[in-house]
Design a protein. Sequence first.
Length: 149
Amino acid sequence: MAGLWLKKPVFWVALFGFSIAALVLWLPHRAEQINARVMAEIKTNPQGDRAARTMIVTLADGRIYPVNYLKEDDRVFMGIDGRWWRVFQGEGQPVDMLIKNQRFSGRGRVVLDNQAYVDQVFSRLRPKVPSLLPSWLNGRLVVIELAAQ
């Protein structure tokens, strides 16, 4: 009789809801901790392995993120896994970047209308992403045109 409440669907729904709420509260805090550690490593070891593939980008509103990048000539490509790519829609947004201890500025725009181009750049930017993943799970591509130094 004591374990009868385990058989009630309302218990499992409540447990599931509590678990989701706990994750929603915990994940952003955990992401901030990881981002802080990654940015500290990039700044203290700008020639290291992580700095070779991760830059620090500062958005116009002051938000700062570590993000994977690929620099080619006067362009920087970054892949964004999160909803913050939306600030790069339309005319895009100015950004400041720290790449291997060098500062750059530019204007970033998200590419939403040319999947072949996105796939081609991501093949260099994220070569280890499994090809079985659908493109919507592979993040968004933002192209940053560098400002003249």
